[in-house]
Write a protein that binds this ligand. Structure first.
Ligand SMILES: CC/C=C\C=C\CC(=O)SCCNC(=O)CCNC(=O)[C@H](O)C(C)(C)COP(=O)(O)OP(=O)(O)OC[C@H]1O[C@@H](n2cnc3c(N)ncnc32)[C@H](O)[C@@H]1OP(=O)(O)O
Length: 305
């Protein structure tokens, strides 16, 4: 039926067109665009997310926390994305939270007259910031972080929520929060001890806010590898990402989900979780395809997930 003769059809098709048009405007050939993050696709199935406030040392603004949530949630759902490489543009990986923006946001709480209202305001703000970091952990695709130069404060919160960390020789890390009068509250205190497997070193780093150089970061297991410079780091980490992307997305994504689920739970609960996952996933075509490819020493392609 001609849409002009039927107002309902006309309204619906206009809405569809507006939806398509606004999606086209907000994306670059299907790649979502953000104000504080630059997203590109350097290899098939490999997405590269860069902190993109180089003139401000990639410091975190209120919008950046929100964009972490939207970006990593979108990548988690995007079947064309199998692995994410995370790095920073400009001189440093990140100088941590934008202290000017932070003071401005926190001072809004002081404008409220009552302690309960102030507390509720700050509770919501901290939750939103926490959600931005947790989005990396909740993204079912592996996130490989590449740190160059400074990774301060919120930067450590961010990378400890990633799956694998790499850095350059000049990189350094600092759990800076106590120096700015804060107990870190968006993930470092919870994740760093698990990531490095040493409560003693984690506590020392958090209490003293001392700088941790790349060599020591490698020794304590904060990073998997140290590269000479950023360019070679990105190039080689993209190759790691490509290897991961060539494998069954079912196998890789369920592996991440099981690792994340199990990291803070008893082994028996982790085993039950993977049992429940694999009662379904073992029926996937990927298992047969991968097994045949292994047995016949051939390559195979897996459908998008
Ligand atoms: C609810 C709370 C949630 C999360 C909380 C997170 C807490 C944190 O992130 S704590 C850590 C906060 N960050 C800092 O304390 C970093 C302090 N800065 C530095 O250590 C250094 O500036 C540097 C990042 C190592 C960079 O050094 P360098 O390359 O030598 O540049 P500078 O000359 O020092 O700085 C250039 C310019 O940037 C300004 N600046 C630096 N860091 C920040 C920041 N975090 N926020 C705002 N502005 C920052 C610095 O003041 C300089 O400004 P000029 O106007 O050019 O002087």
């Amino acid at each position: 039926m001609h849409s002009l003769k039927n107002p309902y059809v006309f309204v619906q098709s206009s809405r569809n067109l507006i939806g398509i048009f606004s999606r086209l405007c907000s994306s670059n050939a299907g790649i979502p665009q953000y104000e504080t993050l630059a997203v590109s696709v350097p290899k098939k199935y490999v997405y590269h997310v860069e902190l993109n406030r180089p003139n401000k040392l990639n410091t975190f603004t209120p919008n950046m926390w929100k964009e972490f949530s939207s970006c990593f949630s979108a990548l988690s759902d995007n079947p064309e994305c199998r692995v994410v490489v995370l790095s920073g543009q400009g001189k440093h990986f990140t100088g941590g939270i934008d202290l000017n923006a932070f003071v401005e946001s926190a001072s809004k709480a002081h404008e409220l007259s009552d302690v309960a209202r102030k507390a509720r305001f700050l509770f919501k703000m901290i939750k939103q910031y926490q959600d931005g970091i947790t989005a990396l952990e909740e993204c079912v695709k592996p996130v490989l972080a590449v740190v160059h130069n400074a990774c301060v404060g919120a930067g450590v919160d961010l990378i400890t929520a990633a799956d694998v960390r790499y850095c350059t020789e000049e990189a350094w890390f600092q759990v800076k929060e106590v120096d700015v009068g804060l107990a870190a509250d968006v993930g470092t205190l919870q994740r760093l001890p698990k990531v490095i497997g040493s409560a003693s070193i984690a506590r020392e780093l958090c209490f003293t806010a001392r700088k941790l150089q790349s060599k020591e970061a490698l020794e304590i297991g904060l990073v998997s590898k140290v590269f000479t410079d950023k360019e070679s780091a990105i190039q080689q980490v993209l190759e790691v990402a490509e290897t991961i992307a060539s494998k069954s997305p079912v196998a890789v994504q369920v592996t991440k989900q099981s690792l994340v689920y199990s990291q803070s739970r008893p082994t028996s609960e982790g085993l039950e979780h993977i049992r429940l996952m694999n009662q379904t996933m073992l029926q996937s075509d990927d298992l047969t395809k991968a097994a045949i490819a292994q047995a016949t020493k051939t390559k195979t392609e897996f459908d998008e997930l």
